[in-house]
Design a protein around this ligand. Structure first.
Ligand code: TXA
Ligand code: MG
Length: 353
């Protein structure tokens, strides 16, 4: 299959291009598109055949459900059984934006899209290209992140091309992505709203609107005996090819320990890499040192993380060491993704001290 790549800017959207992309979806094809979180791989969410194609293109297990993206508030009622008050409040506060809600699905949503579940994940993105595309496509676009299964989600169109060229009909290149981590997922089907995947919309922000909001305990705890509630969080996602370890402790202790580990890895003939905050970057002796951002700028750190993980792969780094981040606010999402990338390999130097 030949994959067409077309650039679109948020403030100069070409209606003809959107119509062309919409037609592809309506006849059962696949189009990758930019959102404010990461690039999505879109198909018709109400067409079981399209969902099957999405799983195939990504190489993703078909029990891992897809998010349906909408562009109008009134379309929510079409795909869910009922809209609880909590969903209305959250939609009002955070849509369009990086929040996905899990609700009981309506009959028109095929089981292929929901991985066999009776619930459906819904999100209204804020990216203007995404909204125009969803409208042109008929209003209900199922879209996982546009990476091959197991790779970091794409934050640049070039990574979508790397993973999806020849597998899908079209890629809409919207340039740089703003947030860089996937949407927050909140499950509204239980007694108390529960975060299944942390993101840019934080637990604190959700609590401000809803009161009580819990968090799936498996998200930051690798030893937790339960299984994550979102099927996708059970897989080892976001994994770079190299082995990765996260170190937590005072800045001095972390720098010292990482440099010792780098020397040891090097002695074994391994290529070494470090994920460093701007404050410490020049203190490391690794072959490749990537600056993820300054410690105080959490949104910048979130936006660089997946690009850096992919760059380590491109540069064939064998042993990756990363500084650790606070686990409140957006830090909860950053640490959740980092821990997954590292397969939960984590060393706490405070405990040694
Ligand atoms: O920011 C995002 O959410 C991006 C962009 C493209 O919108 N999409 C995205 O989709 O990250 P994906 O498929 O990579 O991740 C969807 C996650 C998976 O972990 C999946 O298991 C979970 O949502 N999920 C989907 N439907 C669910 C449901 N009914 N119940 C529980 N988890 C669900
Ligand atoms: Mg994904």
């Amino acid at each position: 299959m030949r994959t067409v790549v077309i650039a679109q800017e948020e403030n100069r959207i070409d209606a003809k291009v959107m119509a062309q992309a919409g037609e592809i979806i309506k006849r059962g094809g696949l189009v990758a598109f930019p959102t404010e979180t990461v690039y999505g791989l879109g198909g018709d969410g109400l067409n079981p055949q399209s969902s099957r194609k999405i799983y195939e293109a990504k190489g993703r297990p078909s029990d891992n459900p897809l998010i349906i993206h909408i562009c109008r508030m009134e379309d929510l009622q079409t795909i869910v059984k009922e809209i609880p008050d909590e969903a209305k409040k959250l939609a009002e506060a955070f849509w369009p934006g990086p929040l996905t809600m899990i609700l009981p699905k309506a009959d028109c949503v095929p089981k292929e899209t929901t991985g066999g579940l009776d619930t459906v994940a819904v999100r209204m993105p804020s990216h203007k290209v995404a909204l125009a595309f969803i409208e042109a496509a008929g209003g209900f676009v199922a879209a996982p992140s546009a990476n091959l299964s197991g790779k970091p989600s794409p934050t640049l169109a070039k990574y979508v091309v790397e993973d999806m060229d020849g597998r899908i009909d079209m890629i809409i290149d919207g340039g740089n992505i703003e947030i860089g981590l996937e949407s927050t997922i909140v499950d509204l089907t239980g007694d108390v709203p529960m975060i299944l995947r942390p993101g840019y919309i934080t637990q604190e922000m959700l609590k401000d609107v809803l009161g009580e909001v819990t968090c799936d305990p498996t998200l930051l705890d690798g030893d937790c005996k339960d299984r994550p509630k979102a099927p996708g969080m059970r897989y080892r996602h976001y994994a770079p090819k190299g082995d990765m370890l996260i170190l937590e402790g005072s800045p001095e202790a972390v720098v010292k320990e990482i440099n010792q580990m780098v020397e040891a890895s090097r002695a074994q003939g391994l290529k070494t890499g470090v994920i460093a905050t701007g404050e410490n970057a020049d203190k490391y002796c690794a072959d490749v040192v990537k600056v993820i951002g300054n410690r105080s700028e959490e949104t910048a750190i979130a936006a660089s993380l997946y690009r850096i993980l992919r760059e380590f792969d491109d540069e064939e780094v064998d042993a990756i060491y990363s500084e650790s981040f606070a686990t409140d606010g957006i830090g909860q999402a950053i640490m959740n993704r980092l821990l997954k990338a590292a397969g939960h390999k984590y060393k706490n130097l405070w405990e040694d001290a």
